[in-house]
Design a protein around this ligand. Structure first.
Ligand SMILES: Nc1ncnc2c1ncn2[C@@H]1O[C@H](COP(=O)(O)OP(=O)(O)O)[C@@H](O)[C@H]1O
Ligand SMILES: [Mg+2]
Length: 499
C-alpha cells in the first residue's frame, strides 16, 4: 500500500527526495529507469479497460456531474494507481510542490505521471489516463476520493464511515456511493489534512474534532478508538447559492400566503425562533427571513460556523472559537451574544441556540432588539419553548419556572417549525405565535399548519398548508406600526382560503 498521505504531510523529510537535484521547477529527480511493462499485453487488458468509464470531464469541471460518474474502482485500477503513485512520490519533491499554485502543481504532476505511464508501459486510453491523473492530483493536492463529491453542489451532506462506506444526502435522501478510500490510513490522513487547516489535530489522544473546509463546509471527525469501524467524517456542505423564500414556495415547502406571512414576520421585526431537527432546513429558513430586514438596520450575527449570507449593507458577522490544542482561547456563543449587546445592534441573529446563550438572547429580545432571531433543535413549537426553558435552567440561572416563562412570553413572538418528511422533502409545518401566559402555562396559537393528506403513488407526501382562521394575531399592532396590517390581513385570509 502506498503511504502517500503520511509522506505528503511530512513531505520535507522524505528520504527519497532529491531537493534541488535537478533544475526542474520543483526539484524533479531524473525519471525512473524503464521497467518491464506493468501490464504487458498490447491490447488493453480487461483489468484496465473494464473499469467503467470514469467521466474525466465531470471530475475536472466541478459542475454537478450526474450521479453515475461516481467511480466504481476495481482493485486493478488501485494497483496501477498505487504503482504510479509510488513512482511519483519518489520523483517529486512534495515540499516544493506545496509552494506552487494549484494549476502549476497540477501541470507538474501531469508531466511526471505521463512520463511514468510511458516508462512503466501502462496501457491506458487518453481518457483513462486523464481520470487517473485527476485522481492522483486529488490525492496529492486535495481531499482524495472526496473531491468529486465536494465538487457537486447538489449534495447536502457527505458521511464517511471508515474507508469503504461513503454515503451522501441528495434531495433529502441518503444514498450509498461507491467511492472508497485506499484504507483507513488514507482516510485518516485526509481528515488530518482537513483539520490541520484550522489549526487543529485529530489522533488517538484527541479523537474528536470540528473543522471547516475553505469553502465554508462544516466538518466533524471522530476517529478510532472512539469510532469503532474507522475514522468517521461528516461534512455538511456549504451551499453557495442559498435557497430563497421563492425557492421554498416552488418546492412546496410553504404555500404562497404562508411565505407572505413569513415575509411580514421578518419585516415587522417579530422576535422569531426557528425550530426543527438536524438538516430540517432551519438555517436555510433563517437566511430567508433575514432577507426581509431593512437595509438601514444594524445586524449582528453569531454563529458556530458562519453559514448565513445576509445581503444588507450593515452586518457584523461573529463566529465562536473552539479551544486551541492547549485547551485555551475558547469563545462561546454566550460570550458572543453578551458582547453583541455592547455593539448597538438593531437585531441579533443567533445561528443556533443550544446553551446558556438562550438567556442572553431572550434578554436582548426583551430590551429593544426587536426582530432578533435564532434556530433551536426541537420537534414542535411548544417543544421549542420548553427547550429554551431547559437551556436557561441548565445554564445555572436559578430563576423560578414562572419567571422564565414570563420572560419567554415577553420575548418570543413567533415560532416556525421546519421538518424533513419521510419522502426527503423539507417543509415548514407550522407557523405559531406565542399568545401569553395562563397561570404557569404558555399559550400558543397556530397561524398556518401543514396538513398531511397521505402519500401519492410515487411515495411523495401529499398535503397542504392551511391557515387556521386567526385573523388578528398578537403581532397585529406591530404590523400596523410598520404599515403592513393590510398585507397581513390579506395573507392570513388567503392562507385560510386554501382548501
Ligand atoms: N425547503 C427546502 N427544500 C429543499 N432543500 C432544502 C430546504 N431547506 C433546506 N434545504 C437543504 O437542506 C440542507 C440542510 O439545510 P439547513 O438549513 O442547513 O438545515 P439545518 O440548519 O436545519 O440543519 C441544505 O443542503 C439545504 O440547502
Ligand atoms: Mg443549521
Amino acid at each position: 500500500m502506498a503511504s502517500f498521505g503520511r509522506r505528503s504531510s511530512e513531505g520535507a523529510q522524505l528520504p527519497s527526495q532529491r531537493l534541488g537535484a535537478t533544475p526542474g521547477p520543483i526539484g524533479r529527480a531524473p525519471a525512473p529507469a524503464p521497467e518491464p511493462p506493468l501490464i504487458s499485453s498490447a491490447p488493453p487488458p480487461p483489468t484496465v479497460t473494464s473499469a467503467p468509464p470514469r467521466n474525466a470531464g465531470a471530475n475536472v469541471t466541478p459542475i454537478k456531474p450526474a450521479i453515475t460518474t461516481i467511480d466504481t474502482r476495481s482493485d486493478a485500477y488501485y494497483q496501477i494507481k498505487t504503482t504510479i503513485f509510488n513512482a511519483l512520490i519518489e520523483t517529486i519533491d512534495l515540499a516544493q510542490l506545496a509552494q506552487l499554485d494549484q494549476d502549476s502543481a497540477r501541470d507538474e504532476i501531469r508531466d511526471i505521471v505521463a512520463e511514468i505511464i510511458a516508462i512503466k508501459n501502462v496501457v491506458m486510453s487518453i481518457s483513462e489516463q486523464e481520470a487517473m491523473l485527476q485522481d492522483i492530483c486529488n490525492d496529492v493536492l486535495g481531499y482524495g476520493p472526496l473531491e468529486p463529491l465536494l465538487a457537486r453542489d447538489d449534495i447536502a451532506d457527505i458521511m464517511v464511515n471508515g474507508a469503504n462506506n461513503v454515503f451522501i444526502e441528495v434531495g433529502g435522501k441518503v444514498q450509498k456511493t461507491n467511492i472508497r478510500f485506499r484504507d483507513n490510513g488514507q482516510l485518516m490522513n485526509i481528515c488530518q489534512r482537513i483539520v490541520s487547516q484550522v489549526g487543529r489535530r485529530v489522533d488517538e489522544s484527541s479523537p474528536i474534532c470540528d473543522a471547516r473546509l475553505p469553502d465554508g463546509s462544516r466538518v466533524n471527525v471522530i476517529a478510532p478508538p472512539l469510532a469503532i469501524d474507522g475514522p468517521t467524517l461528516t461534512i455538511r456542505k456549504f451551499k453557495k447559492d442559498k435557497l430563497k423564500l421563492q425557492n421554498l414556495v416552488d418546492f412546496g415547502s410553504i404555500s404562497p400566503p404562508g411565505a407572505k406571512l413569513l415575509q411580514i414576520i421578518g419585516a415587522v421585526r417579530c422576535n422569531t425562533l426557528i425550530s426543527g431537527g438536524t438538516g430540517s432546513g432551519k438555517t436555510t429558513l433563517l437566511n430567508c427571513l433575514t432577507g426581509f430586514i431593512a437595509p438601514d438596520e444594524r445586524v449582528v450575527t453569531c454563529e458556530d460556523a458562519a453559514e448565513l449570507q445576509l445581503q444588507q449593507p450593515h452586518v457584523v458577522r461573529l463566529e465562536t472559537r473552539p479551544p486551541n490544542l492547549e485547551g485555551q482561547g475558547q469563545v462561546t456563543m454566550t460570550d458572543l451574544v453578551k458582547n453583541c449587546l455592547r455593539m448597538r445592534p438593531d437585531r441579533i441573529i443567533v445561528g443556533e441556540v443550544r446553551g446558556p446563550e438562550a438567556f442572553d438572547l431572550l434578554q436582548a429580545m426583551n430590551t429593544g432588539h426587536d426582530g432578533s432571531m435564532g434556530t433551536i433543535h426541537a420537534n414542535s413549537p411548544r417543544e421549542a419553548l420548553s427547550r429554551l426553558e431547559s437551556l436557561i435552567t441548565m445554564g445555572g440561572f436559578r430563576l423560578p419556572q414562572k419567571t422564565i416563562r414570563e420572560m419567554i412570553v415577553a420575548s418570543i413572538d413567533v415560532v416556525i417549525q421546519a421538518t424533513r418528511l419521510r419522502d426527503g422533502s423539507r417543509k415548514i409545518i407550522n407557523i405559531a405565535e406565542v399568545v401569553g401566559l395562563e397561570g404557569e402555562t404558555i399559550i400558543m396559537q397556530d397561524l398556518v399548519v401543514f396538513e398531511l393528506e397521505g402519500e401519492d403513488q410515487n411515495g411523495k407526501v401529499a398535503g397542504r398548508h392551511r391557515g387556521t382562521g386567526i385573523s388578528r394575531p398578537r403581532f397585529w399592532d406591530r404590523a400596523k406600526y410598520y404599515n403592513m396590517d393590510r398585507d397581513l390581513a390579506f395573507a392570513l385570509d388567503e392562507a385560510e382560503r386554501v382548501r
